[in-house]
Design a protein around this ligand. Structure first.
Ligand code: 26Y
Length: 824
């Protein structure tokens, strides 16, 4: 067979139909007339996968031919959600497939609805990684994801009597339709063992890492289609498997049972995603996972580089590595180890290469989410890496001493090692020292990194710190989630804005056009109808699409202040039932979100939301005005159904705590108005959409910081002074919202009134409630509302992840696009 490397895969309706029926027969062994929806879903997915893989191979060839630099995005989380509809849109075959499925007696929505979410992440950080992959492919950039192939993704959330129950999420059964196993590229990862101090033949110090255990890393590739479908990049996920070499050793000792036990042990490494975000780091298995990701990725990266180059001088010009938070920060030590121990690069030279290659993104300032690992654990698990960390720290502290002689406090603060007991390795310090770039994810957050998290490092290396405000991919969060709004916009301003989102500005004049406003509100209403059904099917709460949909969906966390939202609801409820103040519009409060399984306060909040909802529903004076729905099992797919239906988006974190937020951007793009604090990216969103098109409330980060330093926050005084605050708080302490579980929420009163209440709920409550009132009044004025909502859509183009990725590429990675040739 000469010439043509690939069979001809068609993109017409006909070709796609044939492809689906062929896969029904030859991949699944079913007759088309007897195929279930699930069979058709799989056959279609395989047909799509064929086409993606071909484009992926061609893309890779193009990158190889160009010799271009590559970017590797190392992340413990990739929160992808569903892939099929997204891929059909990217490849521009959605309509053809829709027709082909008609012939098979079904429809494209039903079939796409068969897919389970790939929930390989917790929240913002994981979803950001998925948006970035989409943008890099859509911009024709050689950017690849590296992550773990978890058997179990984020748990499924059931609600029982208002309480969260966790169920395992077995994603693995879904995976074959998306991925290809690459056993040929498997690698071997050493861990544990000991160091033997030896000398090499020239008598130089030559420590050897011996007696390790081995685990195999088997890669699975998931194709990531750029918009247009010509560039297809790769997300490579590693699964841990027992190493065969390891088995043989044990078998020789005749210890069969131990061998089998060890087999199970190794597979544990990629078994499950840790379900915590921004909350309490640290278990041995988690560190092993982080190391396993780093070791597999760097092995792959170095191997790819060495295909083209015989020494490492060009490494930083051909390779960029971005660390998604400190989770893969061991990459600093691992790259040093590879260069020094395996490639014989001198230490100083290796350090220069490492530093110029690696960059680090910080996503949180919360002290409990900053990773620290006990020195003793590292000494056991990774003795050689620990030596590199000591050496890195030593030469770093030597520089600190020359710059600030005698400043012991500064040394102690900047050291990678934290004094004990127990002595710990500070992963953020390791990442900052090891990387040439440290970035925050919004302007405020970056400012706080410089001023509060790492001021000494900023003083030492000001040029190292930079901001990259987050973004979201308009492909998923507009085209897939809200196709009707996409089509309406396209009718108005023409095609092309999906890859050039600033062009949404051209919508501005339409905010004054009554016919457009009318259609815009119709699209919103249709989305609210769709959400009504989803909510009814999962909660049996019946919501009214004519009411104001006021939405807060995100992980449940004290700093995100779902509690303040509930206090606001109780406030309105008491005003209505006890003071006779009717809201000017009926309102539906929609919540969704998961709590980390061990996070008691967050789980209580889920219960509180349910109970307040039930109390209101049981009260004939209130139920026609106020409604509360908690949609269970929040995930990417549910977000795609909720966000397009929102009138109001609540982004009310305590200022200074939410690094950026990305939900805020998704809502604004879908025409919801934000009620928000001056936190994270809310600040930049308000600058873009205009102060009159967003509802801002609460204290600023600097006001809160000042009050904390002065110790001047006295919630008890506010409670005593303000009768309504008192009524709201006292209602929580009473059994009003827990008639059948007496005393359940009494703790909340003490919590809210404590001087050390970290999140300033009562400080912001009055300003928040007033702002909510204003928004409800404006909602009733449909012309005003439509105008503001349209202006939000028109002005959020800046928050496309395409813009974010361009900035990373230019300012950190020095990465250029390698667009497809005519022939492709
Ligand atoms: C170490 C472990 C406990 C841990 C695991 C996950 C710590 C943090 C996380 C995840 C953090 C996270 O999702 N942060 C969010 O990142 C988003 C993307 O930058 C931001 O928009 C959001 O404000 C931030 O909370």
């Amino acid at each position: 067979m000469e010439g043509e490397l690939y069979v001809r895969l068609g993109y017409t309706m006909d070709a796609l139909y044939r492809s689906i029926t062929r896969h029904l027969a030859y991949s699944l062994g079913v007759v088309p007339t007897q195929a279930s929806k699930r069979d058709i879903y799989l056959a279609l997915s395989y047909s799509v996968r064929d086409r993606l893989l071909e484009k992926m191979l061609k893309t890779n060839q193009r990158y190889e031919d160009s010799g271009a630099k590559r970017l590797y995005y190392l992340s413990m989380e990739f929160l992808i959600g569903r892939s099929l509809a997204n891929n059909l849109r990217a490849m521009k075959i959605y309509d053809q497939v829709a027709e082909a499925l008609q012939l098979l007696g079904t429809d494209v929505e039903t079939i796409c609805d068969q897919e389970r979410d790939a929930a390989l992440g917790n929240g913002g950080l994981g979803r950001l990684a998925a948006c970035f992959l989409d943008s890099m492919a859509s911009l024709d950039m050689p950017g690849f994801g590296y992550g773990l192939h978890y058997d179990y993704g984020l748990f499924e959330q059931d609600i029982s009597n208002g309480y969260q129950r966790e169920k395992p999420d077995s994603w693995i059964s879904e995976a074959p339709a998306l991925q290809v196993e690459r056993a040929d590229a498997a690698c071997i990862v050493p861990m544990y063992g000991r160091i033997e101090e030896t000398k090499d033949k020239w008598g130089r110090h030559n420590p050897l890492w011996l007696g390790w255990n081995l685990v195999t890393g088997v890669p699975y590739d998931i194709p990531i289609a750029g918009y247009g479908g010509l560039t297809v990049n790769r997300l490579r996920l590693f699964a841990a498997r027992p190493s065969t070499e390891f088995d043989i050793k044990i078998f020789n000792e005749g210890d069969y049972l131990r061998a089998v036990e060890q087999k199970i042990e190794s597979e544990k490494i990629s078994k499950i995603l840790y379900p915590k975000d921004s909350y309490e780091a640290g278990r041995e298995l988690r560190l092993i996972q982080e190391y396993f990701l780093v070791a597999c990725s760097l092995n792959d990266i170095v191997r790819t580089y060495e295909k083209d180059y015989s020494d490492f001088n060009k490494f930083p010009e051909k390779v960029a590595i971005q660390l998604n938070d400190t989770h893969p920060a061991l990459a600093v030590a691992e790259l040093m180890r590879i260069l020094v121990d395996q490639k014989w690069v001198p230490w100083e030279r290796a350090w220069d290469i490492t530093n110029r290659t690696i960059a680090y993104t910080n996503h949180t300032l919360l002290p409990e989410a900053l990773e620290k690992w006990p020195e003793s654990l590292l000494a056991r698990l990774l003795p050689r890496h620990l030596q590199f960390i000591y050496d890195i720290n030593q030469q770093f502290l030597d520089r600190v001493v020359t710059l600030w002689p005698g400043d012991v406090d500064r040394m102690r603060n900047m050291s990678i090692m934290e004094e004990g007991p127990p002595r710990q390795v500070r992963m953020a310090n390791l990442a900052i020292v090891g990387a040439h770039s440290v970035n925050g994810v919004s302007a405020l957050h970056t400012d706080l990194i410089k001023k509060s998290l790492a001021p000494n490092f900023f003083e030492m290396w000001p040029e190292r710190f930079n901001n990259k405000t987050n973004g979201i991919t308009p492909r998923r969060w507009l085209c897939v989630a809200n196709p009707n709004l996409h089509d309406l916009i396209e009718d108005a301003i023409g095609p092309g804005f999906v890859t050039d989102l600033e062009r949404l500005r051209e919508l501005e004049p339409f905010a004054e056009d009554p016919a457009f406003c009318e259609k815009f509100m119709q699209v919103k209403h249709g989305n609210k109808e769709r959400l009504k059904d989803v909510i009814f099917n999962t909660t049996v709460v019946e919501v009214d699409p004519a009411s104001l949909f006021d939405v807060q969906v995100k992980r449940i966390h004290e700093y995100k202040r779902q509690l303040m939202n509930v206090l606001g609801i109780i406030w309105e409820y008491l005003a209505l039932t006890e003071d006779g103040v009717e809201p000017v519009s009926p309102k539906t409060f929609i919540f969704a979100g998961k709590a980390a399984p061990g996070y008691w306060a967050a789980k209580q909040l889920i219960k509180l939301i349910h109970n307040v909802g039930n109390t209101i529903e049981d009260d004939p004076r209130a139920r026609d005005f106020l409604k509360v729905a908690f949609a269970p099992n929040f995930r990417v797919t549910l977000a795609e159904q909720i966000i397009p239906a929102a009138d109001i988006s609540q982004q009310i974190s305590t200022a200074g705590f939410e690094a950026s937020g990305t939900g805020n951007m998704k809502f604004a793009l879908n025409g919801a108005l934000t009620i928000g604090t001056m936190d994270g990216a809310n600040i930049e969103i308000s600058q873009k959409v205009g102060r009159e098109n967003i509802y801002i409330c609460g204290l600023t980060a600097y006001e809160i910081e000042k009050m904390k330093r002065a110790g001047s926050y006295k919630p008890k005084a506010m409670y005593d002074k303000h009768p309504m605050i008192k009524r709201v708080v006292d209602s929580l302490a009473s059994d009003r919202f827990c008639p059948r579980e007496s005393g359940l929420f009494a703790w909340l009163k003490d919590y809210l009134l404590a001087d050390n209440e970290m999140f300033f709920h009562l400080a912001d409550l009055e300003s928040y409630v007033k702002t909510r009132e204003l928004s409800t009044q404006e909602y009733v004025d449909k012309t005003l509302w439509a105008k503001k909502a349209i202006l939000n859509v028109a002005r959020v183009g800046h928050f496309s992840s395409d813009r974010t990725i361009r900035q990373y590429a230019e300012e950190i990675w020095d990465l250029v696009a390698i667009p497809p040739t005519e022939a492709e």
